[in-house]
Design a protein around this ligand. Structure first.
Ligand SMILES: [Zn+2]
Length: 436
């Protein structure tokens, strides 16, 4: 039995899907205007791991996983203007980068990836319904959701009204009936991307797309809605208000699952703080995607994850050890303790600790793959990338020492490599190396 912590009820509950043959999960995806940083990669890796666990438990075809692409947004428009290009140039470029970066971390593509610009009709239909129900109103080319019209508003974040208004940093606008009201549709000036609508030419507010996409692709009530903790308020609160109001009070999601932040030093990693590091930079430094994936899974997903050099080093050391044990074994039986750990609210630290205690290669390989690890061959893991480069640098150092008749140094390098499981063989053509 999988148990998941639900932000709505603030407790761990048994995960019993509405329909075990069509389990539905929606995760808020990227706004594609810049390169994803490692903090953005955390939800992608966490929910990919949850998807793998659900498929293990309920069957490969049991899950429909949707992750949207926000491809209309003011930050995108600002980037496009700064570069003097069409917004689609920005969104196509950064969506491609996002997919490449996440695939490098072993993240499988979701089953459905709806794009905001492809769902405008669904959004305007939703907005029209909300207006008809008295939950939204038009004002000066805008459409706003009327927060006082929804008695449940605040149910997820459990904030009081003043904190909500402060937290939403709502702009003061004369056309708002209530300061907490939020934008469903806004007008587009000339030269700005927009679509014709009953309220004039404009574009959707950010919160609108998720409600419209979930309704269209997954249904009124889904099993799991995921995202980072920073989305609880206002984004998910607003999604709930829109969807519940449009669906006669039907809940939007049965489980709300939120991951914690990746921290740099004492601060949350964020573009606005300028303290980001991207998977692309880390991969260019020679780290492997799988190392970064293990690092992202090393803390429980609800806890903050401090990102450090030593975390990356430790993660690589663990993978070296796991690949050495697994060798080239075919995946065999899955270890029940690994599944038990993951089933306990995705306890990846416990699952990783258990993996390191498995010495049966086929079991290790199969069990690690539920976490998206050990999907490579051991040979490729050890030969490729930074690891091989580092070994060859040491061999060059040893050759240099021998040339200088510093045999003690040469022997020391050979012994150090041997301790790491690297055997050197001196021949006529120079020194070659192999794994023990
Ligand atoms: Zn969303």
């Amino acid at each position: 039995m999988i148990r998941l912590h639900d932000t709505m009820t603030r407790e761990k509950r048994d995960f019993v899907p509405l329909n075990r043959e069509r389990i539905t999960m929606y995760v808020c995806g990227p706004t594609v205007y810049g390169r994803a940083h490692i903090g953005n990669a955390r939800p992608a890796v966490v929910f990919d791991t949850l998807a793998r666990l659900i498929r293990h438990e309920f069957g490969e075809k049991s899950l429909v996983y949707a992750r949207n692409v926000t491809d209309v947004d003011d930050k995108i428009l600002a980037s496009a203007e700064a570069e003097g290009v069409d917004p689609s140039v920005i969104t196509e470029r950064y969506e491609q980068h996002y997919l490449e970066d996440m695939r490098a971390l072993g993240v499988r593509d979701p089953d459905i990836a709806p794009h905001a610009t492809q769902e405008i009709a669904q959004m305007t239909a939703l907005i029209e319904r909300l207006i008809g129900l008295g939950n939204a109103y038009e004002a000066e080319g805008h459409v706003l959701f009327s927060v006082p019209s929804d008695p449940h508003y605040g149910v997820l974040s459990q904030r009081d009204r003043d904190a909500m208004i402060a937290g939403a940093r709502v702009e003061v606008a004369p056309y708002k009936r209530d300061p907490a009201d939020f934008v469903l549709w806004k007008p587009s000036g000339e030269g700005v991307i927009g679509w014709e609508s009953p309220w004039g030419r404009g574009r959707p507010g950010w919160h609108t797309e998720c409600s419209a996409m979930i309704e269209r692709h997954l249904g009124e009530t889904i099993d799991i809605h995921g995202g980072g903790q920073d989305l609880i308020f206002p984004h998910h609160e607003n999604e709930i208000a829109q969807s519940r109001s449009a669906h006669g009070g039907a809940p939007l999601a049965r489980f709300w699952v939120h991951n914690g932040f990746v921290d740099m030093g004492a601060e949350k990693m964020s573009k606005s703080l300028g303290n980001i590091i991207t998977p692309a930079e880390l991969l260019a430094q020679g780290h492997k995607g799988e190392t970064l994936r293990l690092a992202l899974l090393s803390a429980h997903y609800r806890q903050p994850l401090p990102w450090t050099e030593s975390l990356i080093e430790q993660s690589k050391t663990i993978l070296d050890r796991l690949y050495r044990t697994a060798g080239e074994a075919e995946a065999g039986e899955i270890d029940p303790e690994v599944i038990a750990a993951l089933s306990d609210d995705l306890n990846t630290p416990a699952a990783l600790a258990r993996l390191q205690a498995i010495d049966e290669p086929a079991t290790l390989k199969a069990s690690a793959q539920v976490l998206g690890l050990l999907e490579d061959s051991a040979e490729r893991w050890f030969q490729g990338g930074a690891d091989a480069t580092a070994i060859e640098a040491r061999i060059a150092e040893r050759a240099e020492a021998k040339k200088n008749r510093d045999f003690a140094a040469a022997d020391r390098i050979r012994d150090e490599l041997k301790a790491e499981g690297i055997i050197l063989e001196d021949g006529a053509g120079g020194t070659t190396w192999r794994r023990e």
